[in-house]
Design a protein around this ligand. Structure first.
Ligand code: IPE
Ligand code: IPE
Ligand code: MG
Ligand code: MG
Ligand code: MG
Length: 351
């Protein structure tokens, strides 16, 4: 995860490429000694985690490969009954997303000198929740999207009935994975499950999505930012707060983590809305223009001021990482994460 926007792009063409699996990378060779699950066997969370997970690795592509490998083990194989349902779950979960939420969990853990092994399954649980939410977000009754992660959306590929069940199954599996996480205190595990529950529920993502679909034209900027916090920010907050609990963070550190995630979540939805209005479907791998009628920050402020607010949130997030302080090796992986996640996506948007 290099600083300074490695392979930084100067156009909107393919802004996600450097964050996608398979993008050219330096960094350590991936050599994971994890057994593939046998067909028709339920996933076994007691299977060894990654055997060759270099400590303190901050290489984004490497960490993403670790996450993907683990995700593949945590859900039933596509061939196991009911095969179509499992194929639909794997279709969305293992498709080439950026894995920002689990990466953020790992970055926070590394900055807090905690074991990245200990938070990996929580990161995977977050990615399952995210994937579940993407299935729902794309349904005809929601944003009605046909393309997601450069492939057909789950309901287009498998039908709405299967898509809804796959979403519920992923969500349910996420809580099972979190509840069974190894190598953490019982208290941290319980905190994590409670945090995930709050993040998904009516006071979090579901409530945010509800309000997002009911765009009141007179909605204030503050109200719109609160919708963004609930529909998008909560999973970023959960990512760092869970890492904080695993690391035994004190109140001051948790405060910095919450401040950081608050800014990251708001910044990320503004960026997503800017890309929705300005980038191509081919470069994003998903439908664009789906939020043109929504009460977005761009609708409130116009694009130039929305970009300024995005920059302010990013500055706030970077300041929070600085307040948290580097790890014992002098590294600031949260800063590196933000540089990678936003730098590559923003390209020419950067002020
Ligand atoms: C898309 O999230 C939905 C939003 C909250 C904006 P991502 O941009 O992280 O999507 P993937 O996971 O990379 O596909
Ligand atoms: C979705 O926001 C947030 C979720 C909870 C999935 P968007 O509707 O803007 O996400 P995209 O653009 O479809 O990925
Ligand atoms: Mg939406
Ligand atoms: Mg959408
Ligand atoms: Mg969007």
């Amino acid at each position: 995860m290099g600083k300074g926007g490695r392979d930084r792009r100067t156009s909107m063409e393919g802004p996600h490429d450097a964050l996608r699996p398979g993008a050219p990378q330096g960094g350590p060779t991936l050599a994971l000694a994890v057994a593939e699950p046998e067909t028709n066997r339920a996933p076994d969370v007691d299977e060894p985690l990654v055997a060759a997970f270099p400590p303190r690795s901050r290489d984004l592509s490497f960490l993403r490969a670790v996450i993907d490998r683990r995700l593949g083990l945590l859900v039933p194989p596509a061939a196991s009954h009911p095969a179509v349902l499992h194929a639909a779950m794997r279709h969305i979960l293992l498709s080439p997303g950026k894995r920002l939420r689990p990466l953020l969990t790992l970055a926070a853990a590394i900055q807090l000198n905690a074991s990245e092994h200990a938070v990996l399954d929580f990161g995977c649980a977050l990615e399952m929740i995210h994937a579940s939410s993407l299935i729902v977000d794309d349904l005809p009754c929601m944003d009605d999207a046909a393309l997601r992660r450069a492939q057909p959306t789950t309901h287009v590929q498998y039908g709405e009935d299967v898509a809804v069940l796959a979403s519920i199954a992923l969500l349910s599996r996420a809580f099972g994975v979190a509840a069974a996480a190894q190598g953490v205190s019982e208290r941290a595990r319980l905190e994590a499950v409670a945090i995930l529950s709050m993040a998904v529920g009516s006071l979090g993502l579901c409530g945010g999505q509800y309000d997002d679909l009911r765009p009141n034209p007179g909605r204030s900027l503050a109200a719109t930012e609160d919708v963004n916090r609930r529909k998008t920010g909560v999973l970023f907050s959960a990512a760092v707060e869970i890492a904080g609990h695993v690391a035994g963070a004190d109140e001051a550190q948790l405060g910095h983590l919450k401040a950081l995630a608050g800014h990251v979540g708001r910044a990320y939805q503004i960026l997503d809305d800017i890309l929705d209005a300005s980038a191509s479907s081919a470069s994003l791998g998903k439908d664009v223009g789906k939020d043109a009628h929504k009460a977005t920050v761009i609708a409130s402020l116009g694009a130039p001021r929305a970009r300024k607010l995005l920059s302010e949130h990013l500055a706030g997030a970077l300041a929070a990482s600085k307040d948290l302080g580097p790890n014992t090796e002098g590294q600031e992986p949260l800063r590196d994460f933000m540089t990678a996640a936003f730098g590559e996506l923003m390209g020419p948007l950067a002020p």
